[in-house]
Write a protein that binds this ligand. Structure first.
Ligand code: NAP
Length: 342
């Protein structure tokens, strides 16, 4: 019996898995994993499928991590939250604000669940998970042992962490620990937030502004399937950036602390006149070119062809070769997204 993965990926791409298991406890997750491995079949753990593209049917078990629970501990200087991996991220942001615990407001409306947030170190409007993450609890599915990784052990980077490397294959994140300092400092460095008055603004106002920016600029996955930013913003070495900026003086660019320079990938795509461009059922979002959408019953091949076309156009014009942020899943597991669209 096959089962559709369409409800389990925000791109809304049709693909089947051999089996789908909803895990609400650590034990259910471990059991589903062990049974599948014993049957020598591939196994994949998903949260809300908000950063994946299924290239074809998955010939194994997809375990949907739905471990619930939010526990709060109050200390003199901060609130400490222990959050089950399956909690919806945006609901968590709303809950913390309702309880008077600010700190997550810039990260409002990010699709996905709490357990996925450390994997790519989710970030928006100048705040990354890294700045609030206290620890990540995961289980080594081979040994059954629990591991608690503190913030530095998670090796957070730009849309990156240890969970994309050493801890990728047989570890499952089961909970995330957050620390929200009571001394709240608004982060108002991005977009419309720069117009807010740091001395008087409330966390709710920052939350409202973020929600407004996101809902006006980014597609709602319930209407047009998508996986958020499709490509990473390229980060160039200083010399390469200097050369490019001498030819294209208006490129928005953001110098990084290590001397490298981040470029806005959406701007590069827009300069190739690709907003609204479609291949089959897949299209480039009209408001934010960094987001590819399932316009109308897109197949994964439509998305791959569109991503290839974008990469070629941007590479041809700027000699900057975009890399997907979205993870590509083939029949037996993750495959190289860059090689797939090259
Ligand atoms: P935007 O404001 O149009 O800006 C384009 C890019 O320029 C952003 O991606 C951002 O990089 C960078 N940027 C803008 N202002 C900056 C500043 N003051 N300092 C440093 N870098 C700056 O971006 P947007 O598409 O509307 O997204 C707004 C935020 O939400 C961004 O932080 C973006 O990363 C985040 N977001 C993430 C996803 C995802 O799927 N990962 C999807 C949508 C939005 P950074 O991306 O490095 O911040």
């Amino acid at each position: 019996m096959t089962t559709s993965l369409k409800p389990f990926n925000t791109f809304g791409i049709q693909a089947d898995a051999s089996r789908i298991v909803i895990a609400e406890t650590v034990q259910q997750l471990k059991d589903a994993w062990s049974e599948t491995v014993a049957a020598k079949m591939p196994v994949l753990i998903l949260g809300e499928g908000s950063n994946v593209l299924f290239l074809e049917d998955y010939s194994g078990t997809a375990i949907i991590n739905r471990i619930p629970g939010i526990q709060v501990t109050e200390a003199d200087d901060a609130w400490y939250l222990h959050v089950g991996a399956g909690e919806n991220w945006h609901h968590l942001v709303e809950y913390t604000l309702q309880q008077g615990m600010p700190g997550l407001e810039n990260l409002a409306l990010i699709p996905g669940c709490a357990g996925s947030s450390p994997i790519q170190n989710i970030g928006a409007y100048g705040v990354e998970l890294k700045s609030v993450c206290h620890y990540v609890d995961c289980v080594d599915l081979l040994s059954g042992e629990m591991h608690r990784l503190d913030n530095s052990q998670c090796q957070f980077g730009y849309r990156d962490s240890i969970f994309k490397h050493e801890y990728q294959d047989h570890y499952a994140i089961i909970a995330v620990g957050l620390r929200l300092p009571k001394l709240w400092q608004p982060v108002l460095t991005y977009g419309d937030l720069t117009r807010l008055d740091a001395a008087n603004v409330t966390p709710q106002e920052v939350f409202n502004a973020v929600c407004h920016m996101r809902t006006t600029k980014l597609p709602d996955p319930r209407i047009n399937g998508n996986a958020g930013s499709f490509f990473k913003n390229p980060v160039l070495a200083a010399e390469q950036a200097e050369k490019l900026l001498s030819s294209f003086t208006t490129i928005p660019h953001y110098p990084q602390p290590d001397g490298s320079v981040k470029l806005a990938a959406g701007w590069l795509i827009d300069q190739c006149q690709l907003k609204g461009f479609q291949i089959g059922g897949a299209g480039v979002h009209k408001q934010q070119a960094l987001v590819l959408i399932n316009e109308d019953g897109a197949s994964s091949q439509d998305v791959v062809d569109l991503a290839h076309h974008i990469r070629q156009c941007v590479g041809g014009k700027f000699n900057v070769w975009l890399e997907p942020e979205v993870r590509f899943i083939g029949a037996c597991g993750e495959v190289s997204a860059v090689e797939t669209i090259a």
